[in-house]
Design a protein around this ligand. Sequence first.
Ligand SMILES: C[S@@+](CC[C@H](N)C(=O)[O-])C[C@H]1O[C@@H](n2cnc3c(N)ncnc32)[C@H](O)[C@@H]1O
Length: 208
Amino acid sequence: MANRKPKEFEKIAMKFEDFEGILSFPDVFGRKNAVHIEVGSGKGTFLVNEAAASPAVDFLGIEWARKYYLFAVDRMGRKGLTNVRMIRTDAAMFIEKNIATDSVDCFHIYFPDPWPKRSHHKRRFVCAQNIVQILRCLKKHGHINIATDHKDYFQWMQKEFAAFDDELKQVDFIKPVGAKENECAGTNFERKYIKEKRNIFTIAFRKK
Ligand SMILES: C[S@@+](CC[C@H](N)C(=O)[O-])C[C@H]1O[C@@H](n2cnc3c(N)ncnc32)[C@H](O)[C@@H]1O
């Protein structure tokens, strides 16, 4: 793929011009199904494997970086997947403004940028403000699945989620189908970190 220009397959790439305000998943996918959202999909490895293995579920990846978004769209398009879409935007803003209440079955957040400097912690995706929005969008008994290599961010997440005990129950992390035996989530970053022998931390919740 190094020398080939990635193709922005129209059937995969979602554009803001394609819809107004709140997104209708049945309109986007042409059917009413379970919906999973991945925040920060990177090169799309998790989505490609999961969408191929779970044809009865519809997947939406949100990725900020155009280069990775295009890479993911190209992979999904070449595989001919029909149950996955990508949008290039800021996930926090998009979830707040464009995702309907009680419409999502699962949020996947794998290896979110850790922003290690204290002065940058306010940029972390997992924060009370975004948990409020994720909770709003989740259906009853919907899941949140998270993995990170960053111990400090993991502890930060545990504290942020502790404030939502009334609405979220901590549950076992369910390994995605694309994850190999030695992996938790099966993403590109996880594969890189496993080679570096880093510890991986996972946490999962279910909306009560
Ligand atoms: C460390 S990478 C992990 C990528 C992928 N999940 C993996 O595990 O291989 C974090 C990704 O999240 C994306 N990202 C960071 N903040 C974002 C945001 N607010 N909205 C959407 N994507 C974001 C980055 O561009 C990057 O691709």
